[in-house]
Design a protein around this ligand. Structure first.
Ligand SMILES: Cc1ncc(COP(=O)(O)O)c(C=O)c1O
Length: 333
């Protein structure tokens, strides 16, 4: 068996008891095996900063918006990547694995961050990329390789079946034993890490927003949402109808609940994953001009564009306090 979930039960018990180990705690643990995290932890910025967005367009709609700057958590392991890797790396080390294998597209932020986290804590990483190899490597994959990640490729048809037992078995034959972290870093331990976003917030936010790829970040948020709060996920993918059932299933597996006070907006993918148009580019430039912030365009800018549109059409009640999670910084172009 590649992955044991005993660690999840343990993590949930930590949560219940209020004794969830911080990375600092792991560093100080007697076995010493987690020491290499030191460099990462010492520069992690948690809780991530919260900034109020002073914006006329929102003011006319009577909505107040704050940004949770998860993009500032760590320069190499930023945003939801940090949140998702935190308990997974702990679990992996607890299981005495020294190799982590994961999946992603050729422009995956997840592969980059996993490579950097692996390098920082002395773990070997393997990134299985969707599609054929293209040389020279694009800046994302070049970054991953420069941080020690070994790359492998699966053609698109095989990649779609990457969670099948026989595909995993063939990867094991090729790479040996590894800790398997699913695409986008999304699993129960990732959702647990993402639930800490809400735990860091002051009470009083009515609506929480985040972008969606696999839905792991939103699953962590909705799993711990209070009954008087509402969450909106903005899909960065076209045709992502799978998201709702995936998020339902993940929050049930992680938190044992299935909340209903959330929805996904599907209309702001701008043509599909990693596609953009002049409208989105104009929005990004305007946002930078008005607020001085460069939005990561594959996920974050699409969420922000969608959020403004949802507010413009009056779907968020006047007087609401909204928190948008900035799940990552701009990547290399
Ligand atoms: C910056 C950023 N935001 C959001 C997401 C999507 O998160 P999730 O897959 O948890 O839905 C990703 C995915 O890699 C990302 O890189």
């Amino acid at each position: 068996m590649i992955l044991h979930w005993t660690g999840l039960a343990r993590a949930l018990r930590w949560e219940e008891e209020g004794t969830a180990p911080s990375l600092e705690g792991w560093l100080l643990s007697a076995d010493g095996g987690l020491r290499p995290w030191d460099a990462l932890v010492s520069s992690a910025r948690l809780p991530s900063p919260v900034e109020y967005l002073n914006d006329d367009r929102l003011r006319t709609k009577g909505v107040q918006l704050w940004l949770k700057r998860d993009d500032l958590i760590h320069p190499d392991v930023p945003g939801n990547k940090w949140r998702k890797l935190k308990y997974n790396l702990h679990e992996m080390i607890t299981q005495n694995h020294s190799v982590l294998l994961t999946f992603g597209g050729a422009y995956s932020n997840h592969l980059r961050a996993t490579a950097a986290a692996g390098r920082a804590c002395g773990i070997s990483t393997i990134g299985i990329v969707r599609g054929e190899e293209h040389l020279p490597l694009n800046p994302s994959l070049a970054y991953a390789v420069s941080h020690g990640m070994r790359l492998g490729y699966l053609d698109r048809a095989t990649y779609r079946k990457k969670n099948d037992r026989n595909i995993i078995a063939s990867l094991q034959r090729e790479y040996g034993s590894f800790y398997l972290l699913p695409e986008g870093g999304t699993n129960e331990l990732a959702a647990l890490g993402c639930s800490e976003i809400l735990a860091e917030l002051e009470p009083g936010f009515d609506v929480i927003c985040c972008p969606c790829g696999t839905g792991g970040t939103l699953a962590g948020i909705v799993g711990t949402l209070s009954a008087d709060q509402y969450a909106i996920g903005f899909s960065a993918l076209k045709g992502a109808a799978f998201l709702e059932s995936d998020i339902d299933a993940l929050q049930r597996r992680t938190f044992g609940v299935r909340t209903r006070n959330w929805r996904i907006e599907y209309g702001y993918h701008f043509g599909g994953f990693a596609k953009k148009n002049a409208d989105l580019e104009f929005f990004i430039a305007e946002f930078k001009r008005l607020h001085g912030l460069d939005l990561e365009w594959v996920y974050v800018a699409k969420m922000m564009y969608g959020l403004y549109a949802v507010i413009d059409r009056g779907d968020i009640a006047r007087g609401s306090k909204v928190m948008a999670i900035i799940t990552g910084p701009p990547g290399p172009e």
